[in-house]
Design a protein. Structure first.
Length: 505
């Protein structure tokens, strides 16, 4: 048997382990889920021991019928912006506070009182926000001082698994850039931000490139994790950076749009892209010397799941009887409506919004409802609302570079009608890829292969990724959407005072 690569994608709901040949062929994939504990309105935690268990289980599944000595490298993608606290022996001190947790609002305000918000943005490439690891660390210091005193290192999810495999505390530049404590231009921890907040800089792990070979699997865990002792462990990257590689965005100005439960638009740049309104943010890229300007919306595919659960009982029953996907039947309904959904607008702010609004109090809404509206109009308005909102992020990037095409992937772009609406709203070519659900896994595998020298550089992505179809915008349709988009934007701004009133109820 030839050499193979294992990539682990430590997501929010579970770990996906995937086996790839060095020719770019996916051989096998498996998922093991784990729980997320949501409580206190906006708190979210996971037990890192569940991540380790899932990695061990899925690795052993991949190795059934295969010699573990065939594994050339194991590498990682991981959910970003978490706070994993360990003592000097690597023992977990508390459950990890994950990306979705918003408890650290007070700590974000404290940071804003110690450093100018614009200076902060210039250093880290992100705005001050409770979502990030540094704000969460400060929350632990303020609220759980006994735990804080015991912390030797804070890690990101993939870094904890790398520690379990190698015994070394290290993170990569991309995950470090999601902590709000990392100087993005210098690719080192920001002493200015950390010291202004009275934190010991030694609490942060060593930061290295994503392709860094941390070491070999240590003998004491080899049997438990299903790998041979000495198997090379490549550091990997945060899921945003891995998906960028897996979307084929490994060269300058190649843009892509992932549209899953949430959604983001990003591209590869030689420079950090700073927006005077701080509408977008930046990650360090897995590709050396590159950055990832990015804008993320909260509720893309989740908007359609909400529609499924509230107004699509008929389609759900049909799907069950006909053994079809309910979303395919919803697409058929969308096609029955027309551009602009007969004058109906949907604001996709069911859980607040990040880019470009940065308004946690924003709420979803249908505006313009009339007695003559039908289910298909509501569904079309929902799809259009998602892509109109994303187009506002794209507009920020179009101010910086000329974007003519976007690679798209994710569950919400399976249907022809969604891709048509995207092309007409965005006014760019929409290019679907040969994979829709494997971008992060592919990215981690490529990083692993480059790390151990199997691949010369990241141009090998062309072995893994091809374009399936290209949809061109229709100028007449785009002109219609430009008029609709202005009204869509006005709807949001008109409701800002109402959002505040709703919050105070």
């Amino acid at each position: 048997m030839g050499k193979v690569l294992i990539s682990h994608d430590l997501g929010t709901s579970g770990n996906k382990a995937t086996l790839f040949s060095t020719d770019g062929v996916m051989i096998k994939s498996t998922v093991e889920t784990y729980p997320t504990h949501f409580f206190n309105n906006n708190w979210a935690e996971q037990n890192p021991l569940d991540w380790w268990r899932a990695v061990c289980i899925t690795t052993k599944r991949l190795m059934v019928g295969r010699n573990p000595q065939d594994v050339a490298a194991v590498s990682f993608s991981g959910q970003m912006m978490a706070c994993v606290c360990v003592d000097q022996s690597g023992t977990i001190l508390r459950d990890a506070i994950i990306w979705a947790d918003q408890r650290a609002q007070k700590e974000a305000n404290e940071i804003a009182g110690k450093i100018d918000a614009n200076e902060f943005y210039r250093i880290v490439g992100h705005r001050i926000n409770a979502s990030y690891s540094f704000e969460k660390l400060l929350w632990i210091r303020n609220n759980q001082p006994d735990i804080y005193k015991k912390i030797y290192k804070i890690l990101l999810p993939k870094d904890y698994i790398v520690y379990r495999l190698t015994g070394k505390f290290v993170t990569d530049y991309s995950d470090a850039s999601g902590t709000n404590a990392f100087d993005l231009a210098k690719l080192e921890w920001s002493s200015k931000i950390i010291e202004k907040n009275s934190v010991d800089i030694s609490i942060f792990p060593e930061a290295r490139p994503s392709t860094f070979v941390v070491g070999g699997v240590i003998r004491s865990v080899a049997e438990e994790c299903g790998l041979c002792a000495g198997t090379p462990v490549v550091l990997g990257a945060g899921d945003g950076a891995c998906s960028t590689v897996g979307a084929g965005s490994v060269f300058e100005n190649v843009a892509y749009n992932y549209v899953g439960s949430s959604s983001w638009i990003a591209y590869t740049s030689k420079n950090i892209v700073l927006d005077e309104k701080q509408r977008v943010f930046n990650w360090a890229h897995a590709v050396p010397g590159m950055y990832i300007p990015c804008g993320t919306m909260q509720c893309a595919g989740n908007s359609m799941k909400f529609m499924r659960d509230t107004i699509c009982g008929k389609q759900e029953e049909q799907a069950r009887l006909q053994h079809k996907r309910v979303f395919a039947l919803m697409d058929e309904a969308v096609e029955k409506s027309s551009i602009g959904a007969n004058g109906l607008f949907y604001l996709p702010y069911l859980i607040g919004e990040r880019s470009p609004r940065w308004n946690p109090d924003a709420k979803g809404a249908f505006i313009g409802l009339k007695m003559e509206h039908k289910q298909e109009d509501l569904l079309r308005a929902a799809v259009e609302g998602v892509f109109l909102n994303l187009s506002l992020i794209l507009d920020v990037f179009k101010e910086k570079i000329d974007i003519k095409r976007i690679n798209v992937l994710g569950g919400l772009v399976r249907g022809d009608i969604e891709r048509r609406i995207m092309a007409d709203i965005y006014d760019v070519d929409i290019c679907t890829l040969n994979h829709q659900e494997e971008a992060t896994s592919i990215g981690a595998a490529i990083i692993g292969g480059v790390g151990v020298g199997i691949f010369k550089n990241f141009s090998v992505a062309s072995k893994f990724i091809t374009t399936d179809e290209t949809i061109h915008p229709i100028p007449k349709n785009h002109r219609q959407y430009e008029r609709i988009k202005k009204i869509f934007d006005n709807c949001y701004y008109a409701l800002i005072p109402i959002y505040k009133q709703i919050k105070d109820l």
